[in-house]
Design a protein around this ligand. Structure first.
Ligand code: HEM
Length: 424
């Protein structure tokens, strides 16, 4: 797309959402809110419009747990939602119509069955409960190693020095690649993560395109090397599945590997950061964890519910459907406010309160629901629970030592800076 055309499109999108937001449309308010601000009052507004309401942006929206869960599980709804808010595949094209692979829009997270089923099956065995049990000692070792680096220091910055390093290091271990690539991956994650809720300028789009070209070159090279010298790593496993399958293109293989790297990084680093922030600011939660470290897994579920790293997703009706008495034409799109569903009082009593012992904390929709339920949920849970358990065991007096900076994103909730004093 040409620069002028792009600029006009981005400005047009911005103007429409702002106008609708000003007119009081709840979904427009969500998508035009200042990135990083508290979205929960906006979800309450959406909920007050009913379990499923039509937005002036032309989409439907739900903050109801029951309706969101039902739509995510409903085979009449698919993930072909290109026109939903912004079509990155179109935006990323250069003047000749070429574009790099997009790890989200080109991978199986954006495909319906039967292609989705086949591609997902190739990676699922690497994330089973058994695989996670086998990985547990590695995660503990990696987290302990990072904590050892804090020994003798008075202060640290928890996002870059701790939370971000864990998911990258573990996925590097699973891919069988050197951790020296860490700075490159954090840079890629920092550029691509915030664009999950769209791009705001031509300059940002240019940066995203350049980054995706680098990402593709890196993974194309990795895949070629693994083809020549297969190992017992996840990339070799996906290549093997690819070789045995019909109808897979090279792009499918690359998009799958890129998705695993990027989907697992930005989300999990923010989960670890959000959990640490809760423990740094909520004395009751911290006291519970220090008294009983075994509550770490439930505490992580509650953090996922209370302030999910991923706040919304979109589905489109693949055939006419009536939901909650609302008639949806084929192609009609529904924004499922996962963060809103997680605070639905019909499912979670006193939803705005973080309760480390909440019995049904795990019923949140932060990992989605239905056939696209997060493949890496077990890994994210393992990494986050291990991180907070070992962090507070080593530094029980950990305190914030400066202002917290939030990620400038609407769909991804997290911190980009958590300065701490390590000892009392
Ligand atoms: C806190 C951490 C994480 C959160 C909140 C999260 C959230 C999500 C959500 C909401 C979806 C589904 C989106 C939809 O239904 O439209 C999803 C799918 C997916 N996630 Fe995660 N994720 C996390 C960690 C991970 C990790 C660690 C990995 C792998 C290394 C991963 C890999 C994937 C993949 C491959 C899919 C696509 C599943 C499919 O389409 O069948 N995620 N994730």
């Amino acid at each position: 797309m040409r620069t002028l055309q792009l600029r006009a499109m981005l400005l047009g999108f911005d103007a429409v959402t702002r106008t609708r937001a000003w007119q009081g449309d709840p979904l427009a308010r969500v998508v035009s809110a200042k990135p990083g601000t508290d979205p929960y009052p906006l979800y309450e507004q959406a909920r007050r419009q009913g379990p499923l309401s039509r937005s002036k942006l032309g989409l439907h929206v739900t903050a109801s747990h029951r309706v969101g869960d039902a739509i995510l599980r409903d085979p009449r709804f698919g993930v072909d939602t290109r026109a939903a808010l912004m079509d990155m595949k179109v935006l990323l094209r250069d003047a000749e119509g070429r574009r790099p692979i997009h790890p989200v829009d080109d991978s199986f997270i954006a495909l319906d069955p039967p292609r989705h089923t086949r591609l997902r099956r190739a990676v699922a065995p690497w994330f089973t409960p058994r695989a996670m049990r086998e990985l547990t000692p590695t995660v503990e070792k990696v987290v302990t190693e990072f904590l050892d680096e804090f020994d003798g220091r008075a202060e640290a910055e928890l996002v870059h020095e701790f939370a971000a390093r864990i998911p990258i290091r573990i996925i590097c271990e699973m891919f069988g690649i050197a951790a020296v690539d860490y700075p490159r991956f954090t840079r890629w994650g920092a550029i691509l993560g915030p664009t999950l809720d769209g791009v705001r300028s031509v300059a940002e789009l240019r940066r995203v395109r350049e980054t995706l070209v680098d990402v593709e070159a890196f993974f194309a090279d990795l895949v070629d090397r693994r083809r020549r010298h297969p190992g017992d790593d996840l990339v070799s496993g996906v290549i093997e599945a690819h070789a045995g399958a019909t109808g897979w293109a090279r792009e499918d293989l690359l998009a799958t590997v890129e998705l695993l790297m990027l989907a697992g990084y930005e989300t999990t680093l923010n989960l670890i950061g959000n959990a640490a922030l809760v423990l740094l600011t909520d004395d009751r939660a911290r006291a519970r964890l220090l008294a009983d470290p075994d509550i770490a897994p439930n505490l992580v579920e509650e953090v996922l519910r209370w302030d999910s790293s991923v706040q919304y997703t979109v589905r489109a009706a693949t055939e006419p459907a009536t939901v909650e008495g609302v008639d949806l034409a084929q192609g009609a799109m529904v924004v499922v406010l996962l963060g809103g569903a997680n605070r639905d009082p019909e499912v979670f009593p006193d939803p705005a309160t973080l309760d480390p012992d909440r019995p049904n904390a795990r019923d949140h929709l932060s990992f989605s629901s239905g056939i696209h339920y997060c493949v890496g949920a077990g890994l994210a849970r393992l990494e986050a629970a291990t991180a907070v358990r070992l962090l507070f065991r080593r530094f029980p007096d950990l305190r914030l030592s400066g202002p917290v900076r939030r990620l400038p994103s609407r769909n991804i909730r997290g911190a980009i800076r958590l300065p701490v004093r390590l000892r009392g």
